[in-house]
Design a protein around this ligand. Structure first.
Ligand code: SAM
Length: 235
């Protein structure tokens, strides 16, 4: 969904989100279990919405941050979890200053138009030992395959892009990857570990000059030598 349409969509949906979505956005417990959370972990919930994952994540003593671009969705999350740090921002580009141990993304990646940039951004925001779990809509299998066109149309109606090819993209950004289909392809779980990308180290500011030579000068009269430098201007 285009970012400019997101708030318009969720202004109304946020009011009924928890009642309607807790039924068909299944698999949360499995997703959180895959994170293997430890006390003290810093975790980012990408596209956290109203915070449906938070009670499960807070079973451990974690440092939890949620990011979402919709003010209405974050408003609901803030009402329920006033103590949790919430950031309003575009998850495809928001630069988290501090890297996290774990990242979770449930049914939100498929809603982001630049989903490939989002994977890249999540990767950069994880420590080298970090772990990302994605839970999202999949491709129906078996007898349910007959319903695939309707499923796809229904997803598109809700701003979801059902055709993400994560199995080819994730290995570019993570050394370890496991993908598992759930509920006959209705959804899938991906566990990606050991991110490849790290934020580029900040380059020291260029000096306007550089030292080309240095030498000691011994002044007449035997006083202490002076260290002398020759400079040239950087252009
Ligand atoms: C279907 S909801 C899922 C919410 C939550 N993760 C859950 O499992 O209930 C998708 C969420 O992604 C958020 N979202 C979509 N595109 C986004 C973007 N570019 N940046 C940040 N959040 C975005 C929406 O505002 C919405 O809250």
């Amino acid at each position: 969904m285009k970012l400019q349409n997101l708030e318009g969509f969720y202004r109304w949906h946020s009011k009924v989100y928890e009642i309607t979505r807790s039924i068909f956005l299944a698999g949360r417990t499995e997703a959180v279990d895959l994170l293997a959370l430890q006390d003290g972990d810093r975790i980012i919930d990408w596209g956290c919405g109203t915070g449906l994952n938070f009670p499960l994540l807070l079973r451990k003593k974690v440092d939890l941050v949620g990011i979402d671009d919709s003010a209405s969705m974050l408003g609901r999350a803030r009402e329920k979890f006033p103590e949790i740090e919430l950031v309003q921002g575009d998850m495809s580009h928001y630069p988290f200053p501090e890297q996290a141990d774990k990242a979770i993304c449930t049914y939100s990646l498929s809603m982001v138009d630049p989903w490939k940039e989002t994977i890249r951004n999540i990767c950069r925001a994880l420590k080298p030992t970090g772990r990302l779990v994605i839970l999202d809509f999949g491709q129906l299998t078996g007898p349910l395959k007959l319903l695939a066109p309707f499923f796809s149309a229904w997803l598109k109606l809700h701003g979801v892009n059902p055709g993400m090819s994560l199995s080819s993209l994730l290995p570019k950004y993570f050394h370890g990857l496991k993908i598992r289909s759930l509920h006959r392809g209705y959804s899938f779980l991906a566990l990606a570990e050991f991110p490849v990308l790290q934020p580029s180290p900040t380059r020291p500011p260029d000096r306007p000059f550089r030292v080309v030579s240095q030498r000691f000068i011994f002044p007449p009269g035997g006083s202490r030598p002076i260290l002398s430098f020759d400079f040239t201007l950087n252009r």
